[in-house]
Structures are given as structure tokens and as C-alpha cells.
Design a protein around this ligand. Structure first.
Ligand SMILES: *[C@@H]1O[C@H](CO)[C@@H](O)[C@H](O)[C@H]1NC(C)=O
Ligand SMILES: *[C@@H]1O[C@H](CO)[C@@H](O)[C@H](O)[C@H]1NC(C)=O
Ligand SMILES: *[C@@H]1O[C@H](CO)[C@@H](O)[C@H](O)[C@H]1NC(C)=O
Length: 658
């Protein structure tokens, strides 16, 4: 039995949405693929397999997330069998998404394999020429998931709670027709532990029980200080955690777990809601796993780039709001793209030589700094008498090209006084350059953390920055024709003009989505500390993720501290946790930046901090919309009342690979 500890369960790469559903691409974690007797393209086996895989999503929804099927003449060597199952703590939509993306991913990772086992965050997919699927349990564990929350776990009390619970559920699941069971048991006076046990329904009761017992036996070594864990095997699945989680697939016979009685009704509610958002983190530990993942990611990137080059998307489609492509701005110019931008009064295309002159041929003296994917230079455009900042995207960086595309397609169409204005762009001659208005005061972080001798940014200036940033986000998320997700809101991306007005910049990670919908790129994007915990674990971003980062920045501005910093006395804690602790005892102002020496409007500071906490709520569904948050900041609406204790969250953990 090989144990692999994965970093991101939904690790996978969404291919360009515009190419269509077929191209959705979800990579399994540590798949197992046969390496001999491979089928060839065009063979009957391949045709049968394609037919079978194409039918999976529909088959699974008809069969409550479990299905065994076959295509091909019975007894022929080209007959293919498949088995799929959705893990019962994922809902039908996640299951469908998993089964829709799985075939392309597994085909890319194991081309030619006849016998394949693959596990994903939400589903299992197996296919094989051997019939029928062995009704013997397969005990191999492709991966497991650790759940953490900022509450102190007593491993002894924890084991006392979940060991009997899981043993009980093992028996119940094995004895039920759906081969699944859920339940709960008290952990301490306040909390309960909830559990789920599930087998594939081809197993008989004794095999199901054998499979689950084997996984339950692994729990003590896998999870020690966690608030919960899940182990995903090819034949069965166990999941337990403090606090309830949603179980939406069968068994329908079991009502979803009810929460335990809890002193102080308010925080009970929060527990339920926040646990249902299924926040979780997987922690990478062994070097082997880390390198496996790096290889996996590398393979995926290569595959994708190749796939994408086969399916070029026109610039028009991009402009309609699909994800920008990489690889298309390389050397050749794209006439459609130029068309899009050379119309109108917006940013214009520059010639390389103009920009080279403006920056003394990109001399070191003109360099303002190093950004994520390139350097930024100060330049002077003689013709228009403009001071500009020119970002030169690193040559040969795939991500850089992607970010360039994103900036040009998205930011060039936005106009708002609190957004850094793109003046123009230049691609050709192997260079990708972006030209922005110059921000004389640099970025917010240099002022917040300028060092001992730097001037302290006075509160009224900070407050204006807060309001400016809020209206920029309101515009991006709600007021513009499409919803723009910035996805990387942090002080180093908040620029300050000559009068210290905030202008949000760096749209390299931005995405356009239709209003009310999330983005399903599953590549992690963003910066630790500012990233929505849910986004780190599921890869899904939405307007709520930007609200989260906004909240963290508000706290930072009010407290003058970075979000993730090791305090003198204790271990790592997120800024939101510290501020929430002060808030809980009614002394939120204690957390205000000491360097301000009390020179501030206390009501304003409190408002900023409370809105910051509200936005940084671990549960997306309890965060305000950006409109509500801005309303409170502008004193148009009253302050919300938040629970005294910070609800469950996962960002205590710092995954190794983010
Ligand atoms: C069969 O396909 C797998 C990938 O699915 C590959 O690793 C293996 O080398 C192939 N075997 C042969 C004999 O071609
Ligand atoms: C259950 O299935 C296993 C494996 O196929 C078999 O060995 C065992 O006899 C079966 N048990 C019962 C009670 O049918
Ligand atoms: C769990 O926590 C205890 C106490 O903090 C510590 O001694 C122990 O090493 C931890 N175990 C693991 C596996 O991290």
C-alpha cells in the first residue's frame, strides 16, 4: 500500500473554457495506470473506451453517483468496463464536474493504459478490460486529506470520540444497501465529531467492512493534531471531523447530521455554516510527494500548452470574457487582438523602440523594482509628455505571457479612478511590455512597512485608501458589465498616486466571469495570507475571494501588521485571528497600529477593523458583498455584529507548496 500525501486535491488544470466541455481537464492525484499491453489510437478498444467515458456523467447522475458499465462485444478483448463513484460528501454538481473533467485528464496522464485507477477530490474513476470489477476490496490509498481549524485538539479526547464512531459507521455502511453511513458523537461539552463511511456498491458487506476497517486503522497514524481527516481509497472512503459537513449523495435514508447543542446559540450557527463550506487543507510532507507534484504540474502545463496550441482561440472570444490564452503573444502579432485595441481611445500599442528610448534602453538606473513576472522601469514618453511605469515581462515565462494577456485583455477595458490606468502595450521582437501611468508614491506596503525610520502613514490617509480600494472593488465586482475577479489584492498591488490616492494595479491574475458565477480555474493563484482559505483548497475563486483579500488588507491598514507573521511569544497566527480575539473581548482598538499613537478617529478605525473581520470571515457565505462592506465603511449602514469567537478556519496551516 502506497500512501501519497497530496497538496491540492482538486489539483488539475482547467483548459480554456471556450474550447468546450470536452476539454475540461481534471488531473487525478497519484493515478495508477497499466504500462503494458497498451491500446493504440484508432483501435476498437479506444473507441469503446471513448464511448464509455462520454456516457459517465449522465450515468452517474442517473445512479446516485455510482455506476458500473461496459461497452464492446461481450468476451472480446476490446470490451471495456468502468466503475465510478462519487464521494458522498460532495454534491451532485461537484460530482458531475469531476466526472466531466476526469476522462480528458486521465487520457492525458495515462495514454494507452488499458487498466486505470484514478481518484479525484470528488470522484473515483476506474476502467479495465477485465470483467467484472473484482468484488474484492482494493485497499490502496491514493491520497488523504487533513482538516484543520484554529481550535486546540486534544488527540486523546479526539480519538476517544471518533474511533468508536467510525467503527460503528463501518458496520452500518457495510450493512446498508447504499454501502454508506454517517453519524456523529460528542467530542467535548461544545462540539461533536461527525463521520462518513462509504464503499463502492459492488462490494458485499464483508468486503466493504474489510475495506473500511483497513482505512479506519490508518487514521491514528495519519491524523494526530488535526480536527479531522478523510482517506480516499479506490473501494471505500472515510471522513471524520469536528463539526458537521454536508452529505448530499446517498444514503438518502440518513438525514444530514444535526448539529450538537452548543452554549451560546450564535456561535453554533456559525459552526454549522462554516463547516459546510468544507474548508480543508492538504499538507505536503515527504520530498517524494513534493517532487511528484512538481512533475505532475509540469506534465500538465506541457500538455496544456500543447493542447492549446492545437486549439487556438480567437481574440474575439477572449474579449468576450474567456480566460486569456498563453503562448499567443509570443513573437508573431495577432491581428484580431490589435483590432480590438486600436479602435477607440483606450490604451494604444507602442513600438518597442519608443519604450526603449523612454527607459534609456531599460537601464538599471531606471529600474523601479522586480514584479512577479518581470521588472518595472520608470520611463518618460516625450511625445505625450508623460511619466510612465513600464513592466517588462520576463522572456520565456509562460505564466508571464499569460499575465500579460490577462492585463491587456482585462485592464485595458476598465476605467475607474482607483485603478491603475494602462496606457499601452507592446509585443513583438520577443518582448512583452505594459505601459502604465506612473504612481509616484509607490505601493502601499512600502508605506505600511517602511522600517523604523520611515514616516508613519497617518490615519486619514489610510482611511482614504480604504475607501478608494473599496470603490475600485465595487466597480470590478459589481458595477462593470462583467464581474472582474482580481484574485491578488494585497498592499504591494495597491499603488499610490502623488496625493496618496489608492489605485489597484496588477491584473495579471485577474479573470472575467459572468455576474454571480465563480471561476473554475483550478490552478492556485494569489498570495498566501490574502487567499480565501476555500480557494486554496478547492481552487474555486469567486467575488467572495476578492472580498476576503480586501478584508485582510483592511486589517493590515488598521493594524500595520502583515497577515501572516510569527508573534513574539506564540506560533503562526493569521492577523484576522488576532484582531478577532481583541474584538471578542470588546477591545478591538487594542489591535490598532501602535505607531499611530492613538491619533485617529476611533469610530473610523473600529469600522475598518470590523468590516475587515467580516470580509475575512472563514465562511464565504457569511461574508458581506463588496457593496455591503463599502456601505458600512462609508457609514451608510450600521456595523454588523460578529460572533465573539472567530469561526472555524483553516488558514493556520501553511501548505508547503503555495
Ligand atoms: C503504456 O502507456 C503508459 C502510459 O499510459 C506508458 O507509461 C507506458 O510506457 C506504455 N507502455 C508501452 C509498452 O508502450
Ligand atoms: C464477499 O466477497 C468476497 C470477495 O469476492 C468473497 O470472498 C466472500 O466470500 C463474499 N462474502 C459473502 C458473505 O458473500
Ligand atoms: C501534536 O501536538 C503535540 C503537542 O503540541 C506535539 O507534541 C506533537 O508532536 C504533534 N504531533 C504531530 C504529528 O505534529
Amino acid at each position: 500500500v502506497i500512501l501519497v500525501l497530496a497538496v491540492v486535491a482538486s489539483l488539475g488544470v482547467g483548459a480554456a473554457a471556450a474550447v468546450g466541455k470536452q476539454d475540461k481537464f481534471l488531473a487525478p492525484v497519484h493515478p495508477s495506470c497499466s504500462t503494458s499491453g497498451n491500446y493504440t489510437d484508432g483501435s476498437q478498444f479506444k473507441k469503446n473506451l471513448d464511448e464509455l467515458l462520454a456516457a459517465l456523467p449522465a450515468a452517474a447522475s442517473r445512479n446516485d453517483g455510482f455506476y458500473i458499465g461496459t461497452v464492446g462485444d461481450s468476451g472480446s478483448p476490446d470490451q471495456v468496463f468502468t466503475l465510478i463513484m462519487c464521494y458522498a460528501d460532495h454534491d451532485a454538481a461537484e460530482c458531475l464536474e469531476c466526472l466531466t473533467g476526469a476522462p480528458a485528464g486521465i487520457m492525458a496522464l495515462c495514454p494507452g493504459s488499458r487498466d486505470v485507477r484514478a481518484a479525484y477530490d470528488a470522484c473515483i474513476l476506474r476502467y479495465s478490460p477485465v470483467s467484472p470489477f473484482a468484488s474484492t476490496a482494493d485497499l490502496e490509498i491514493p491520497f488523504y486529506v487533513k482538516y484543520t481549524a484554529p481550535i486546540l485538539v486534544d488527540p486523546v479526547a479526539m480519538a476517544r470520540a471518533w474511533l468508536p464512531l467510525m467503527a460503528d459507521l463501518t458496520g452500518q455502511a457495510a450493512g446498508s444497501l447504499a454501502r454508506a453511513a454517517s453519524g456523529s458523537t460528542p467530542y467535548d461539552a461544545s462540539w461533536r465529531v461527525f463521520g462518513l463511511a462509504q464503499c463502492t456498491r459492488n462490494l458485499n458487506a464483508s468486503e466493504c467492512s474489510r475495506c473500511l476497517s483497513s482505512l479506519v486503522g490508518k487514521l491514528p497514524e495519519l491524523f494526530q493534531n488535526e480536527t479531522g481527516g478523510a482517506v480516499k481509497a479506490y473501494s471505500c472512503y472515510v471522513h471524520y471531523q469536528i463539526g458537521p459537513f454536508e452529505i448530499t449523495l446517498p444514503p438518502a435514508s440518513e438525514p444530514p447530521p444535526q448539529s450538537s447543542p452548543k452554549p451560546g446559540g450564535q456561535s453554533l450557527q456559525v459552526w454549522e455554516a462554516s463547516s459546510s463550506s468544507r474548508t480543508r487543507l492538504l499538507i505536503g510532507s515527504s520530498i517524494g510527494t513534493v517532487s511528484f507534484l512538481i512533475i505532475l504540474v509540469g506534465v500538465l502545463v506541457c500538455l496544456l500548452v500543447r493542447r492549446r496550441q492545437k486549439h487556438p482561440i480567437t481574440a474575439n472570444k477572449q474579449a468576450k470574457g474567456q480566460e486569456p490564452e498563453d503562448g499567443k503573444f509570443s513573437d508573431g502579432d495577432d491581428p484580431a487582438m490589435e483590432d480590438d485595441f486600436e479602435k477607440g481611445t483606450g490604451p494604444k500599442r507602442f513600438r518597442y523602440v519608443e519604450l526603449a528610448i523612454a527607459t534609456d534602453n531599460f537601464s538599471d538606473e531606471k529600474k523601479l523594482g522586480e514584479g512577479g513576472f518581470g521588472s518595472v522601469y520608470r520611463g518618460y514618453l516625450k511625445e505625450s509628455n508623460l511619466e510612465v511605469a513600464i513592466k517588462r515581462v520576463s522572456k520565456g515565462s509562460k505564466q508571464g505571457k499569460k499575465e500579460y494577456a490577462s492585463e491587456v485583455t482585462i485592464i485595458s477595458r476598465l476605467r475607474h479612478r482607483n485603478l491603475v490606468q494602462l496606457i499601452g502595450w507592446c509585443h513583438g521582437g520577443g518582448e512583452l511590455l505594459l505601459v502604465y501611468e506612473l504612481m509616484p508614491k509607490g505601493s502601499l506596503d512600502t508605506h505600511l512597512y517602511g522600517g523604523k525610520n520611515a514616516a508613519v502613514l497617518p490615519w486619514p490617509v489610510r482611511h482614504e485608501i480604504v475607501l478608494g480600494l473599496g470603490s475600485a472593488l465595487l466597480y470590478l465586482n459589481q458595477e462593470w458589465e462583467q464581474c472582474v475577479l482580481h484574485r491578488d489584492i494585497k498592499p504591494s498591488n495597491i499603488m499610490l498616486d502623488a496625493s496618496f490616492a489608492a489605485k489597484l494595479g496588477d491584473f495579471g491574475l485577474a479573470r472575467l466571469v459572468d455576474h454571480g458565477r465563480g471561476s473554475h480555474t483550478t490552478v492556485l493563484a494569489g498570495t498566501m495570507g490574502y487567499m480565501d482559505p476555500e480557494c486554496m483548497t478547492t481552487g474555486r475563486t469567486s467575488a467572495e475571494s476578492d472580498v476576503y483579500s480586501f478584508g485582510v488588507v483592511l486589517l493590515e491598514i488598521a493594524c500595520g501588521r502583515r497577515p501572516l507573521a510569527v508573534a513574539e511569544e506564540e506560533q503562526m497566527a493569521h492577523l484576522a485571528q488576532r484582531v478577532w480575539a481583541s474584538y471578542g473581548v470588546g477591545r478591538v482598538l487594542d489591535a490598532a497600529d501602535a505607531r499611530l499613537e492613538g491619533e485617529f478617529d476611533a469610530e473610523e478605525v473600529e469600522r475598518v477593523m470590523v468590516v475587515g473581520l467580516w470580509c475575512a470571515h472563514p465562511d464565504r457565505s457569511l461574508r458581506p458583498s463588496i457593496r455591503q462592506a463599502v456601505g458600512v465603511l462609508r457609514r451608510e449602514q450600521p456595523l454588523p455584529t460578529l460572533p465573539e469567537r472567530m469561526p472555524v478556519a483553516t488558514f493556520l496551516y501553511v501548505p508547503l507548496l503555495v
